[in-house]
Structure formats: structure tokens, C-alpha cells
Write a protein that binds this ligand. Sequence first.
Ligand code: DGP
Length: 115
Amino acid sequence: MSDPKCIFCRIIAADIPTKKVYEDDHVFAFEDTNPQAPTHVLIIPKKHFAGLKEAEAGDAELIGRCHLAAAQIARERKIEQGYRTVLNVGPGAGQSVFHLHVHLLGGRPLTWPPG
Ligand code: DGP
């Protein structure tokens, strides 16, 4: 369920301090340590799995819950005019932490395509 070597599992367990934004039975959200926008929150499932590539059918609800939590946070922060949810999948896309996470970015104009 959790991996003691995973930095995000250690954040959920409060072994590593973080600025918590949201938590329920399935999902945990916290401020990104290297924010790329005024709102940059990471939303993660409490269950450890490496990323979208490694997700299984049984993880579908968890992935949906992460996105619904992102929408709720965006609503609370009043950034609904335009925000982005991003999953970096694999090192070639910039994934550096191998515990699935949804980036919620907003609070500034977001250009397309992303780099
Ligand atoms: P990615 O590159 O998609 O794997 O995103 C990983 C993000 O995780 C990156 O934006 C920085 C953030 N991050 C890494 N380590 C920590 C940490 O210890 N605390 C917090 N709050 N964020 C972290």
C-alpha cells in the first residue's frame, strides 16, 4: 500500500513536513516545493503506485478522485477562469517522483502547448 522509500508516501505519513492543502481517506494534496504558478498543488492517491503507466483498472476511481480534489481546490482558490491538471508520465516528460501525482497549476495565464 505504501513504500517507505517513496518521498510522497513519507509526506503522507508526516515523516517529511509539507504544507497540506487537502486530505480524505483516499487522497492527499500539498503545496509543490518548487511552484511553477501562484497555485501549484500536488494531489496524490494514498495508495502507492508509480504513475499512470503503472496504474491498473482498479486504480481508476483513485485517479478520478485526485482530479475531483483538484477541481475542488481550484474552486476554493477561485482560479476557475483557467487552470491545468497535469500528469508527467515517465522521465522523458519530466516525471521525477514515481508515486502518481496530479499537478494543479493556476493563478496565471497558461500557454499552450506546454514545453
Ligand atoms: P514531477 O516532475 O511531475 O515528478 O513532479 C514532482 C514534483 O514534486 C516537483 O514539482 C517537485 C515536487 N516535490 C519533490 N519533492 C518534494 C517534497 O519533498 N515536498 C514537496 N512539497 N514537493 C516536492
